[in-house]
Design a protein around this ligand. Structure first.
Ligand code: 5RP
Length: 216
């Protein structure tokens, strides 16, 4: 099984703070995500800056878009994003429009799975051509005490069996990763556990070791 990638979510409130993190951690990760919070705070400019400073990384614009698919996709892919997120409740028309624009740049759309969604919808996303999904334990759900359980693992496995490349995120720590070890996870996405760590490079190394231990 292919080893999952390590993705950092840059959920900072401004570009200088995000760049402080990337200076320490870019060499430790495969994917740089301009997080939803940073996208809201600084806009598409943040994507442009990360792209220009890190030309060899996969760059994600985590905008969790819900409408105006082609406009948002044009905004993010023209600034160098490789992948862009849409929320799972976005209309199919939005997904199709974003997918077409993403494809014209050689980019990909990722569907962010939050709240209620169905496997019938997921089949439609595949029909559109979208093959990436992000299985998410939301910050607020985590704060309310939600852990990772058997149902999460079953859903992730089923999505993977359907043909999705599934990434996993939401308050992850290296100790969580073994729970997913039977699943071909595309990326583990971590934010706070990395950039708030006392030693972020060491924290990234712990993620790397956990990936290596469980997917070698
Ligand atoms: C929040 C997000 C976060 O970027 C993602 O969940 C990773 O952050 P953390 O590891 O801090 O939970 O998409 O909506």
């Amino acid at each position: 099984m292919k080893q999952p990638l390590l993705q950092i979510a840059l959920d900072h409130l401004d570009i200088p703070s995000a760049l402080k993190t990337t200076r320490t951690l870019a060499s430790e990760v495969d994917v740089l995500e301009v997080g939803t919070i940073l996208c809201c705070a600084e806009g598409a400019h943040a994507v442009e800056i990360i792209r220009s400073l890190y030309p060899d990384h996969i760059v994600v614009a985590d905008i969790k878009g819900a409408d105006a698919g082609s406009v948002l996709a044009e905004m993010m892919f023209s600034r160098g994003a490789d992948w862009m997120t849409l929320i799972c409740c976005a209309p199919y028309e939005t997904m199709e429009a974003a997918y077409r624009t993403a494809s014209s740049y050689g980019g990909e759309i990722q569907i962010e799975l939050y709240g209620e969604w169905t496997f019938a919808q997921a089949r439609q996303w595949l029909n559109i051509g979208i093959t990436q999904a992000i299985y998410h334990r939301g910050r607020d759900a985590q704060a309310a005490g939600k852990g990772w359980d058997e149902q999460d693992l079953e859903k992730i496995t089923r999505l993977s069996d359907m043909g999705f490349k599934v990434s996993v995120t939401g308050g992850l720590s290296p100790e969580d990763l073994h729970q997913f070890k039977e699943i071909p996870v595309q990326s583990f996405i971590a934010g706070r556990t990395l950039y708030n760590a006392h030693n972020p490079a060491e924290a990234a190394e712990e993620f790397r070791k956990a990936i290596h231990r469980n997917w070698s």
